[in-house]
Design a protein around this ligand. Structure first.
Ligand SMILES: Cc1cc2nc3c(=O)[nH]c(=O)nc-3n(C[C@H](O)[C@H](O)[C@H](O)COP(=O)(O)OP(=O)(O)OC[C@H]3O[C@@H](n4cnc5c(N)ncnc54)[C@H](O)[C@@H]3O)c2cc1C
Length: 432
């Protein structure tokens, strides 16, 4: 079967065929794109990549994302680096108004930078180019489908294969149903695949999960942190290039990441606070907002000026207990949506994509998906655990708790092996 290629990113509808696709990826965000590019480079499978939107829409997303050095290494392997970025050479972690802090420096770890701050849209464009190049080198193996929303992913009830049956010949398929808005006004689409990967981000996965079974049952980690993140771009009168700041305040963590927005060098702000405080701050004038930010952060960077719009995101942990069900697997934000503290969400998602692609090298089967889940379990659990623990530990009020946290930060700063372990986890996750 010859599938259409889209190196120019033209919109395509599903090619009519009675054959099941090998691997259908639902969601062409950074994780879906990374997975598709890696699969084209390292396996022989035919990939169908479906997105509800278009690459042009993703390219406009201005959100600032901190990528670790380890993520840069992964992106390099699929030809999606460089991306326009600001480097994080030093990280300063502290508590507002309390003793104890930790400083991390890139030269302690022999890396050019601890991390990089990129625009989501720029990253998606770099991944689109890398995917187009991979597709050119693997003719007939990539089918792109835009403006098509998948609403249901279903599979026949999984039965235990007979002992005598070869492992990759259980004949199973997954059915994907959705709606195409591509040249049509809501045309239903349906097709089959041997493996379906849910990479559709956090917004819709609960709805699809109800049908698919992935992530259902007890043991998932869900938490409403009672916090909202205010996102914006600010400049500082005494900026320190190359430094990123994570400051734990009584309301929640406040991060400033070196970032350039429309040619204005400054900081991407992620300010986590109580929802009513966030609502009030969003309504403040730019000058009053900047002044309150200065009061919350302290005077180290001088005074702040706000540029452009502020946005608010409610924060919660939503991690599926299992990411694999038969022939269906979830990766990226579809598998886990994390608190933004320490900026780990996409970094873990990229590792999901690589671990899955590597597990699918030899066969396109439920067993390969189980191998992925087993191999990736520790990295996923540790990353989710750390990002869940930090906002809760630093959210406990009272002088005693604050004192204990100060002591912990001071210990972390003094005990080099502990500090290096934390830095390595943030840069690379758990490597196996
Ligand atoms: C404000 C903010 C700041 C962040 N900062 C950081 C950071 O500093 N570091 C970090 O590592 N992470 C960060 N994150 C998290 C990061 O953005 C996510 O982890 C990442 O976007 C997940 O990528 P994804 O491809 O899994 O999902 P998404 O980026 O959500 O992409 C999902 C794709 O699926 C498509 N889609 C959705 N539903 C369907 C459907 N039903 N059918 C077909 N297609 C569908 C969408 O159009 C989209 O293209 C941040 C998130 C936010 C909101």
């Amino acid at each position: 079967m010859t599938l259409p290629q889209t190196p120019d990113n033209a919109s395509r509808a599903l090619a009519p065929t009675s054959e099941p696709r090998d691997i259908a990826i639902v969601g062409g965000g950074p994780v879906g794109l990374t997975l598709a590019a890696r699969l084209l480079r390292t396996t022989a499978w035919r990939i169908t990549l479906i997105d509800a939107a278009t690459p042009a829409r993703a390219a406009r997303d201005p959100r600032a994302i901190a990528l670790s050095h380890g993520s840069r290494q992964l992106l390099e392997q699929i030809g999606a680096w460089p991306v326009p970025m600001q480097t994080i050479e030093h990280i300063h972690i502290s508590q507002r108004g309390r003793f104890g802090h930790v400083k991390l420096h890139h030269d302690d770890y022999d890396v050019p930078a601890l991390g990089y701050v990129v625009r989501y849209g720029d990253l998606c464009q770099a991944l689109e180019r890398a995917l187009a190049r991979a597709a050119e080198a693997a003719p007939g193996r990539l089918e792109r489908v835009f403006e098509t929303r998948i609403d249901e992913v279903t599979q026949p009830k999984v039965t235990q294969p007979k002992v005598t049956q070869p492992k990759d010949q259980d004949g199973g398929i997954v059915r994907l149903d959705g709606t195409s808005h591509n040249d049509h006004d809501g045309l239903p689409v349906a097709f089959a695949a041997r493996i379906a990967v849910q990479a559709e981000g956090g917004l819709f996965h609960q709805q699809m999960r109800r049908h698919a079974g992935v992530g259902q049952g007890d043991g998932g980690r869900r938490r409403d942190y009672g916090q909202t993140a205010i996102i914006g771009h600010v400049t500082a009168s005494r900026a320190m290039p190359g430094w990123a700041w994570e400051r734990f305040t009584e309301e929640g963590p406040l991060a400033l990441l070196p970032h350039e927005d429309h040619g204005t060098p400054g900081y991407a702000l992620v300010w986590c606070c109580a929802p009513d405080a966030a609502t009030r701050r969003l309504a403040l004038s730019e000058a009053d907002f900047a002044r309150e930010l200065g009061e919350a952060f302290g005077t180290r960077l001088g005074t702040f000026t706000l540029h452009g719009k502020r946005h608010a995101f409610p924060l919660g942990l939503n991690a599926a207990p299992v990411t694999v069900d038969g022939r269906i697997v979830a990766v990226g934000n579809a598998a886990q949506t994390l608190h933004p503290v320490a900026g780990q969400g996409l970094n873990l998602g990229l590792r999901d994509a690589f671990a899955l692609a590597d597990s699918l090298r030899a066969s396109c089967t439920p067993q390969a998906l189980q191998a992925f889940a087993a191999r990736h379990r520790v990295d996923r659990a540790v990353t989710i655990g750390v990002t869940d623990l930090l906002p809760r530990v630093f959210g406990v009020g009272g002088p005693l708790a604050a004192h204990a946290r100060g002591a912990a930060l001071a210990a972390l700063s003094c005990v080099a092996p502990l500090k290096h372990a934390v830095a390595r986890q943030m840069m690379y996750g758990v490597r196996r």
